[in-house]
Write a protein that binds this ligand. Structure first.
Ligand code: GCU
Length: 623
């Protein structure tokens, strides 16, 4: 039993130390801040040999005191007819930012390596001691960033935000921003060499230049600790001020207007009571305006207020049992042949598809998706699972790999901690049980809990069979002890027998926790008709859904599922000609959004589930 009071106390204690430790990773809430967008056409140089980064002795130019003008980040032009410069961004081809490079140019479809991006821009006017920051929504996988020939820094991890301060480094006109993006897969990377999704490379999310006052609100967190009393707590991080700085937190629609003072780390903590607040839920995704102010700086945002807990085998949203009518989703929108999602409209379309399924929950797999979709989910009332790409067999023994995974966890939670829609942080997917893995994930779980005690922690685990009884499925994993809900993937009927097997399998899941099936499914080529015992037909997939859902309904503590997957998606592991053609075909929709028969099966199952809940609620209200 997770007690609210405890949470409140640990939250308050946690907050001060959290805010202190947050200085390590410094989240920057930028989505609602005005900024100069640097999206659009960027000039590029495709550099498989990294000739623009290393000299012929393979020494990195940006480690040299005086890097030569042959280094691409110098963005140089011959100064006279005798100067040898063997690149020219102005005369080069271009790519659109945000966007992956694989679906923008035929020749880059399979490309894994480095590409140099260059954007020229004029600096916005600044007054007095204003500060400027370059912010990237994401770039896959490693980004080295240079401004006017000077290195600003680098970032590793393809799905989380990063930024650099550029105060005093901008010229009024013609600033040269050069970014080397390298999407080569790494054995020690997160993810590692092998995944079942396309390794889209590039500056895949927006680039923005922000101007702030010298002292500004860089980050804040607000959470509802008790849905009965309305007790709220939170903190704000002021950048540029030490102790003694006044910060004001206002939720005008709730008549909350509190002030607090920063500690030595520039952190001010708040507590308040949200009297009469309408709690956030899929049926009523009420959002409240939030304003955080200090001096002449003001950060505007909006939040939903809700609590999410695990109690025994139940999942409680605002204290009421909830069933997660879910679907899994990759951050890919291939309707027009595209790749990574880049716009609010595409994200809205994905959530609309999920709503058409009568879903109230989406598993964002297997990495943090763009900020558009989590903010839309807040507004539309779709609950979310957000995950870091600790996927399959990463290098559990490498401390560098651990630090990489932890940084991605911090960046994911840092960006989305105020999103009511996100109810579950997932640490991993289908990772093999071992001492090293258990240690690795235990550290991650501790870090996640220290960063955010208001959400549930989980991971997609796996099942195995009882050696004595090949139809007795068991979910037993030391990691489950650490998780708030026991989630696992199972593919009975696809990688494990045929769909009729689901009628015979029984489950042994020895935990007093809610049980969630984070994946199941079957491949089907949209439009391929045939009998329901023939693989790849729509009928086979539909039958597998019917039998699997009936099997899951018998599991004690079953609180929901997110079948694999909403739409067909690209994967280099899917080579069957005429059927897969580089697509994983387990979608309920084709990659262009055409429903398969199973879409209707799941939609009807969720319609029934939703109806049942309404009936239960009505009965409770009439008692
Ligand atoms: C795995 C994995 C997915 C993969 C799916 C499949 O469970 O988590 O990333 O795409 O199975 O094989 O289709």
């Amino acid at each position: 039993m997770k007690t609210i009071i405890m949470t409140a106390l640990s939250t308050l204690l946690g907050l001060t130390s959290l805010a202190a430790s947050a200085t390590e990773f410094q989240p920057f809430q930028t989505y609602t801040r005005p900024a100069l967008p640097l999206n659009g056409e960027w000039k590029i140089i495709v550099d498989p040999y990294e000739n623009g980064y290393y000299n012929y002795r393979y020494e990195p130019f940006d480690q040299m005191d005086n890097p030569p003008r042959s280094a691409y980040f110098r963005d140089a032009k011959p100064r006279h007819s005798g100067e040898l410069i063997e690149y020219d961004f102005d005369a080069s081809e271009s790519l659109t930012v945000p966007g992956d490079w694989n679906t923008q140019k035929e020749k880059l479809y399979y490309y894994e390596g480095s590409i140099w991006y260059r954007k020229l821009f004029n600096a916005p006017a600044t007054e007095g001691k204003q500060r400027t920051f370059l912010h990237f929504g994401a770039a896959n996988y490693r980004a080295d960033v240079y401004l006017n020939g000077e290195k600003l820094g680098h970032h590793v991890g393809g799905f989380t935000p990063f930024y650099f301060e550029t105060t005093g480094k901008l010229k009024p006109q013609g600033n040269s921003l050069v970014v080397k993006v390298d999407n080569k897969r790494q054995r020690d990377g997160v993810p590692t060499l092998n995944t079942d999704w396309w390794n889209y490379g590039g500056i895949t999310r927006s680039v923005r230049l922000l101007v702030t006052p010298e002292v500004f609100v860089r980050d804040y967190k607000i959470q509802l600790n008790d849905h009965k009393t309305g007790e709220l707590s939170g903190y704000a991080v002021v950048d540029g001020a030490g102790a003694g700085r006044e910060v004001r937190l206002t939720l005008p629609q709730l008549n909350i207007d509190v002030r607090a003072t920063t500690n030595a780390e520039g952190v001010a903590t708040f507590s308040a009571r949200a009297v009469g607040a309408q709690l956030w839920s899929p049926d009523s995704p009420r959002m409240y305006q939030v304003i955080v102010r200090t001096g002449n700086d003001r950060l505007d945002d909006e939040v939903g207020l809700r609590t999410i807990e695990a109690e025994g085998k139940q999942l409680l949203l605002n204290g009421k049992p909830i069933f997660l009518r879910g679907i899994s989703l990759h951050e890919e929108y291939a309707v027009d042949g595209g790749g990574r999602v880049t716009s609010v409209e595409e994200a809205r379309k994905q959530l609309q598809w999920a709503r058409d399924l009568n879903a109230n929950f989406v598993r964002l797999a297997h990495y943090p998706h763009n900020e558009h979709i989590v903010r839309l989910a807040d507004q539309l009332g779709v609950m979310l699972w957000s995950e870091i790409p600790v996927y399959w067999t990463i290098n559990w023994d490498s401390e560098e790999t651990y630090q990489n995974a932890q940084a991605q966890l911090e960046e994911m939670i840092g960006r989305d901690k105020n999103r009511a829609s996100i109810i579950i942080w997932s640490l991993a997917n289908e990772t093999p049980v071992s001492e090293a893995r258990n240690r690795f994930l235990t550290r991650l779980a501790d870090r996640a809990r220290s960063l955010d005690s208001s959400r549930l922690i989980s991971a997609a685990m796996e099942k195995h069979y009882d050696p004595e009884n090949p139809e007795r499925a068991i979910v037993e994993d030391p990691l489950a002890e650490l998780m708030d809900i026991v989630s696992f993937n199972q593919y009975i009927g696809w990688y494990d027998g045929l769909h009729e097997k689901a009628e015979r399998v029984t489950w042994h899941i020895p935990y007093d926790k809610p049980v969630f099936i984070s994946e199941f499914g079957a491949g089907a080529k949209q439009g391929l008709q045939g009998d329901s015992n023939t693989l790849w037909t729509e009928a086979y997939q539909a039958e597998l859904y019917r039998k699997t859902l009936a099997m899951l309904d018998k599991i004690d503590g079953f609180v929901g599922t997110s079948p694999w997957i909403l739409a067909d998606f690209r994967s280099p592991r899917r080579a069957l000609p005429g059927v897969q053609d580089d697509f994983n075909r387990k979608g309920l929709l084709s990659e262009t959004g055409v429903p398969k028969e199973a879409f209707g099966v799941l939609r009807e199952y969720y319609r029934q589930r939703a109806l049942e809940r309404v009936t239960v609620e009505k009965a409770e209200q009439s008692e």
